[in-house]
Every structure is written in C-alpha cells, then in structure tokens.
Design a protein around this ligand. Structure first.
Ligand SMILES: N[C@@H](CCC(=O)N[C@@H](CS)C(=O)NCC(=O)O)C(=O)O
Length: 246
C-alpha cells in the first residue's frame, strides 16, 4: 500500500515536472500577439515574417501602405520617428530595423539558439554576415534596382558591377559552408535570401557564383515550410511586376 502511494506520488511528481516543462516552453511564447507593421513586397518585412514562422510565432500583421503615406501619420511617427517598415510592437516594446527584430525574436522566444547562436564566435560570424547584408549587399542591390523600380531609370552597368562584386564576396564566404554563417540556417540566411529572391524574380543571372547558387537552392528548401513561397516569392513577384511596367 505504501509502495503504491509512493508510485502514485512519483507519477504526480513526474507529471508536474512534465507540465512545468511544457509551460516553460510555452511561456517563451508572447503573452499577447506581436504586432508587425508591414507591407507584403517589402524585403525586410518578408525576412521578419519568415523568422517568426520558423520560431512558430503568430504575428498580428498590420498592413502599412507606405505608398499611401500610412507610415507618415502622427501615430506612426510617434512609434517610429524613422518611419520605416517593418516595425514591431511586442506588448508595448517597439523595435524597428529588420535584423534587430529578428535577433530579438530569437533571443526572446527561440526554443534554442540555433538561428542566432549564443556562442560569441559563432554569433560574431552571424553578425558579420548581417552587417555585410545591411551595409553592402542590400545597399548594392538597392543601388542597382531602386532607380529602375521606382524612378523608371535604365539598368546601370556600373551599379550592376558593384552588386556582382558583393555577390562574389558572398560566394567566397560560402566556401566549405552549407549556410552563410556555418552548417546551420541562421537569421543571416533569412535576411540575405530576400535579396536573392528579388534578384531571381527580376531575372538577374547569378549562376556564375556556384556556392551562392547551391546555397540559394538549399535555403529555399529549408524555408519552404516557413512561408518561403507565400511570403518571400510572392513579395518578390510584386516588386518584379513594377519592373515589367517600365
Ligand atoms: N534597414 C531597414 C530598412 C527599412 C526600410 O527602408 N523599409 C522601407 C520599405 S522596404 C521603408 O520603410 N520605406 C519607407 C521610408 O523609409 O519612409 C530594415 O531592414 O528594416
């Protein structure tokens, strides 16, 4: 009888530990839905949305049409004086800059650190790639395509050369690596793929960069369960349709 009581209390203890573990996993999830001010074709918005999907976070998406000035209202400027999308509101904690939002989401809600490793050296490589993306790759992509997409200008060979140089560097970073910062998918891959998806949708041929071409296929596959087609390709095609009007 005594041993039965022991067995029952052991079971209860195990159940309690089990429930606590389940709670601690779910307690990592936001208590209120995280708002994301966004527009579907916006590349940095797409990167944040895919990151949230990988983390299993349901976002409360707030359509913010920057073409119609929705980002210039007094309310929006109070929240983000820089008037950019994406902007995140996590129960009153406001953040913009897509890469900062992605890092925050993993730090706050990731079940593990694989998307943004805690190890200082591993994280430093992810940060280097994110900074390369922000300061070089995306800048050179925008240098070539913003004038074409939004100002109706001609394709500029000099700007194309600069973009190609950045793609060459990225190709070299990928020597002997499956993903841009190592053997696992990280937020750096998610940040970088949106630019590559745009280039692909615009018909830009980057096949001379072999590592990059293989990485693109590998990363597309890895992100397919997390909205790659619905979020990233769909957004890139919206931008590509601007291109075709020119
Ligand atoms: N580096 C920023 C770029 C944000 C950005 O420039 N977003 C564009 C849309 S893709 C925007 O908000 N444009 C409107 C504006 O700057 O007023 C990020 O990654 O979040």
């Amino acid at each position: 009888m005594k041993s039965l009581a022991c067995a029952v209390s052991l079971c209860l203890l195990i159940n309690t530990i089990g429930n606590a573990a389940a709670r601690s996993k779910s307690s990592k999830m936001p208590t209120q839905p995280i708002k994301l001010y966004y527009l579907p074709p916006s590349p940095p918005c797409r990167a944040v949305m895919m990151t949230a999907k990988v983390l299993g976070i349901d976002l409360d998406l707030v359509l913010t049409n920057i073409m119609e000035g929705a980002h210039m209202t007094p309310e929006y400027l109070k929240m983000n004086p820089q008037h950019t999308i994406p902007t995140m509101d996590d129960s009153g904690f406001i953040l913009w800059e897509s890469r900062a939002i992605m890092s925050y989401l993993v730090n706050a809600y990731g079940r593990d650190d694989s998307l943004y490793p805690k190890n200082p050296r591993l994280r430093a490589i992810v940060d280097q790639r994110l900074n390369f993306d922000l300061g070089t790759l995306y800048v050179r992509y925008a240098g070539l395509y913003v004038p074409i997409l939004f100002r109706g200008e001609e394709y500029n060979e000099e700007n194309a050369e600069k973009l190609n140089e950045a793609l060459g560097w990225l190709n070299t970073f990928l020597d002997g690596r499956a993903f841009v910062a190592g053997e696992n998918l990280t937020i750096a891959d998610i940040s970088i793929i949106v630019t590559m998806t745009n280039l692909d949708a615009f018909g830009y041929d980057f096949s001379e960069h072999e590592n990059l071409t293989k990485w693109f296929e590998r990363t597309k596959k890895a992100l397919e369960p997390y909205g790659y087609n619905d979020i990233d390709v769909a957004g890139a095609q919206m931008l590509a349709s601007f291109l075709k009007k020119e």
